[in-house]
Write a protein that binds this ligand. Structure first.
Ligand SMILES: Cc1cc2nc3c(=O)[nH]c(=O)nc-3n(C[C@H](O)[C@H](O)[C@H](O)COP(=O)(O)O)c2cc1C
Length: 378
């Protein structure tokens, strides 16, 4: 009898879990990008969507790209567009218009149009420009196609402008966020543009959630694992940092076949966390904190390497921890357990790995730790 009860409880729990998963708003961030500028904005839009409980972003390309930052992103099909509760469209500005890549993709949606398949689906737009000439025309041109589909066009209004550095040109518009890649005096997207993109994603997710059940239910489902990973990170309160910029002539990651190679130090918020030698400038707890920050950087870069979908990670193959220690130090394994535990916390069995640790007399930029990581991915 007890066993029977347990069986029914398990079935009930699994049904509740399924219902909860179905309740989430699935939002496609659909982009064309030549040089990665639109992708940079897309990541911020996705971050904003993720910050809304019950909304899950899926960044996909309209067509495959060989650009190093884009080549690992999944490519969307026209048919899958109807599976989402909202679509955020992003494209480069081409001659005051949407890009030809985005235009080609949209021209394949005639059947969806004649079937009214996207009617009532919320849409928002964002764009990467060069000088910014014609950017508002281009955003409006985006709306033309989406209006023909009968989509609910969500403008961005005035959002995040109080935080903008008003001494330089910025890509805020009321229709959607833009960035001006060819203005080289500051890094693009600017901090303010990134902030507006994130707010746009958040606001859009709110609207997609509100409209979610106002359209007939679709029977098709999106088979993706990454939804679970976003959930896991949220539940465990693990916040991934921005991917650290390379400090020299190297890449944040290199993919060779199905293996991804990553090396990181304890960079946090633009500076090294708890720098120095263990037992001289820093103690064990400080090195453990630095190790956690380093491993978070590793996972953040890994997420980038798999196009934002940690569900594509098959195995953490090997972690190597290098610690700035005195000659007679021997407890490297205790320090490195912080990184190993984090890998298992995030990836479960797939996070279990082979490992090496050793001490060094110095580490670049005076970090107390460096982690080398190898992952197998899909
Ligand atoms: C054919 C073509 C037309 C363009 N027209 C414009 C334009 O009208 N206004 C503008 O600001 N930038 C224009 N650009 C520059 C792109 O919008 C800019 O490089 C953008 O950042 C590219 O985005 P991506 O990095 O996602 O590829 C044009 C680029 C190309 C290739």
């Amino acid at each position: 009898m007890k066993k029977l009860c347990l069986f029914f409880i398990l079935i009930l729990l699994s049904n509740i879990t399924n219902i909860m998963a179905q309740d989430k708003a699935k939002i496609l961030v659909l982009i064309h990008s030549d040089n990665g500028g639109t992708y940079e904005l897309a990541k911020e839009i996705a971050k904003g969507i993720e910050s809304e409980n019950n909304a899950v972003p899926y960044i996909k390309l309209v067509k495959a790209s060989q650009h190093p930052n884009l080549k690992n992103l999944p490519v969307a099909t026209v048919d899958e567009l109807t599976n989402y509760d909202g679509i955020a469209f992003g494209s480069p500005v081409y001659f005051g218009n949407i890009s030809t890549g985005m235009s080609e993709f949209l021209s394949k949606t005639v059947q969806l149009w004649t079937n009214h398949a996207l009617e009532g689906v919320p849409a928002t737009v964002f764009m990467s420009a060069g000088s910014g000439a014609g950017k508002e025309l281009a955003l409006q041109a985006f709306w033309n196609s989406l209006a023909v589909h009968g989509m609910v066009l969500v403008s961005n209004g005035i959002r995040g402008t109080e935080e903008l550095n008003k001494t330089i040109p910025q890509g805020n518009t009321v229709l959607g966020v833009t960035s001006m890649a060819s203005l080289k005096d500051v890094e693009r997207p600017t901090k303010g543009e990134r902030n507006i993109a994130e707010l746009q994603g958040k606001n859009f997710a709110k609207i997609a959630l509100a409209l979610k059940d106002t359209r007939p239910k679709k029977t098709t489902t999106i088979v993706e694992n990454h939804q679970n990973f976003n959930e896991i990170l949220k539940q465990k309160n693990i916040i991934l940092p921005q991917v650290p910029k390379p400090a020299g002539n190297y890449q944040p990651f290199v993919r060779s076949g199905n293996l991804v190679f990553i090396n990181q130090v304890a960079l946090k918020d633009g500076k090294i966390l708890n720098p120095g030698k263990l037992g001289v400038e820093v103690n064990e707890q400080q090195v453990k904190d630095a190790t956690k920050a380093t491993m978070l950087n590793v996972i953040s870069v890994l997420k980038e390497a798999v196009g934002g979908d940690l569900g594509r990670v098959k195995q953490c193959v090997q972690l190597t921890g290098i610690f700035n220690t005195k000659d007679d130090y021997t407890k490297h394994a205790d320090l490195m357990n912080i990184a190993s535990d984090l890998a298992v916390e995030v990836f479960g069995d797939k996070g279990k790995h082979a490992r090496a640790t050793f001490g060094a007399s110095s580490i670049p930029v005076n970090s107390s730790v460096e982690i080398q990581a190898v992952f197998e991915v899909e």
